[in-house]
Design a protein around this ligand. Structure first.
Ligand code: PMP
Length: 435
């Protein structure tokens, strides 16, 4: 029972490691006297880029020639021995010099687990790619996954072609409702092979809600009692605006005395460093991450070396302290924007709508009072009035059910634009209610 095999999909179980990786291992063990004509790398002398400089916090950073060579080549060992799920130094999981910083983030923000020798990390091309590999490695057609409703549409897009049974769990301002979670587990456990509970525990997309501490404990208990894995999709972990940062589900699970660990975490740099750099990472039990390594080898081969080298150098410069300062700045920025949008909504929407003040993330989730379905209002009338918003149906597990919500982003629009958008929305609602 200590193996994760029972959770793996047929696709994950069918994947085989590349024999060329074994040759790489032989070459590394043999040292420079081995002449290798085996590998498939192109010759770096033919790459036209000869230097890369970036500006960080007003300072210029120039990549060394060795860093540049690593950045431009297929992922390979770059001098720092780090983790290996099977004894081979494997770079599909990420460059060792970068994984080393992700390891520091884990220990700094998610505790020092005494089970850390069982933890591994796979860098992915954005967390979307990591989640696709993870869910595809766990779920067969018909397998049950219990998720937040409403949910992040990118997860729906992954789950649909897998044919997984998505079991919606109610959410409120405190995240996933664990009473409903318990009820749905009991309702479906005999008819479905339930495998995964998945939640965005901080600053949910679209709700902005954050799972309360009590519910975090309850969710883990339910996972434990019902032999389920937990996927914690947490790209907004660093965008928590109010109160103390709650311990992640990963921290609570991996620092508990339970020997079978159930939480697999997904992180992302998209909201805090760059979305275009496409860096995400999945952290979990070595056996699970081993399956992601094989999935990586048949999809992207590896997350681009160049973005990993750039991020590694950023962290070389920052250290954990500089990173924390940067995070504090980003958090302040979005907190101010959240406050502005909530004030604008109060000013214009007043009695016309209701919402929970988002505790984190980038979105305000608004319920329009007296409007059973927002689709026509948001998709047609608001667009005509030059306001682009997302109707709630985009995020519902059942997209066809009437939905009285809409999602408003406070990340990019100027304050004037947010204010004007709320004013126009109020006008549209009033007109709608009059008719
Ligand atoms: N999960 C959630 C909840 C998201 O909101 C997003 C992006 N909007 C992602 C995952 C994917 O992010 P990325 O691939 O940029 O890391």
């Amino acid at each position: 029972m200590n193996s994760y095999e029972r959770f793996f999909s047929r696709a994950a179980l069918a994947r085989k490691p590349s024999p060329i990786r074994v040759l790489t291992k032989i070459q590394m063990a043999s040292g420079p006297e081995m002449i290798s004509l085996a590998g498939g790398m192109p010759n770096g002398a033919m790459f036209p880029i000869s230097g890369l400089t970036m500006q960080v916090d007003g300072c210029e950073i120039q990549l060394s020639q060795a860093q540049l060579a690593t950045a431009l080549q297929y992922s390979r060992v770059d001098g720092t021995k780090f983790c290996a799920s099977d004894g081979i130094i494997n770079t599909s999981l990420g460059l060792p010099s970068f994984l080393h910083h992700l390891n520091s983030i884990r220990t700094q923000y998610h505790g020092q687990s005494s089970f850390s020798e069982n933890i591994d990390t796979c860098v992915s091309t954005g967390s979307q790619n990591g989640l696709e590999m993870l869910l595809g490695s766990l779920l067969n057609e018909g397998d049950g996954i219990l998720t937040d409703d409403p949910m992040y549409p990118g997860t729906k897009a992954i789950l649909r072609p897998l044919g997984a049974s998505i079991i919606p769990i109610k959410t409120d301002g405190d995240g996933m409702d664990t009473n409903d979670l318990e009820a749905q587990i009991n309702r479906y456990k005999d008819s479905h092979k339930l495998k995964v509970i998945m939640t965005v525990a901080n600053g949910g997309n679209p709700t902005g809600s954050t799972l309360s501490l009590e519910r975090r404990h309850r969710l883990l208990q339910l996972a434990h009692e019902n032999d389920l894995l937990v996927v914690e999709d947490d790209p907004y972990y660093f965008l928590q605006f109010d109160g103390e940062q709650l311990p992640s589900l990963f921290e609570l699970d991996w620092n508990s005395s339970n020997s079978f660990k159930r939480v697999i975490r997904s992180d992302s740099f998209s909201k805090i460093i760059s979305a275009g750099i496409r860096i995400g990472w999945i952290t979990g039990p070595k056996e699970v991450i081993g399956k992601l390594e094989l999935a990586t080898q048949c999809s992207t081969l590896h997350c681009p070396s160049i973005t990993q080298v750039i991020c590694a150098e950023l962290f070389n410069k920052w250290g954990m302290e500089g990173f924390a300062e940067h995070i504090a700045k980003v958090k302040d920025f979005y907190r101010n924007r959240r406050n502005f949008l909530v004030a604008a909504a109060e000013k214009h929407l007043g009695d016309l709508a209701e919402w929970d003040v988002p505790k984190g993330g980038l979105f305000l989730w608004i319920k329009l009072k007296g409007i059973d379905d927002t689709s026509a209002l948001i998709e047609q009338k608001a667009r005509k009035a030059n306001v682009l918003l997302c109707p709630g149906s985009y995020f519902a597990v059942d997209e066809n059910a009437p939905n009285s919500y809409c999602r408003v982003a406070f990340s990019v629009a100027s304050e004037e634009q947010m204010d004007e958008a709320m004013r126009r929305l109020a006008e549209l609602i009033k007109t709608e209610l009059e008719n």
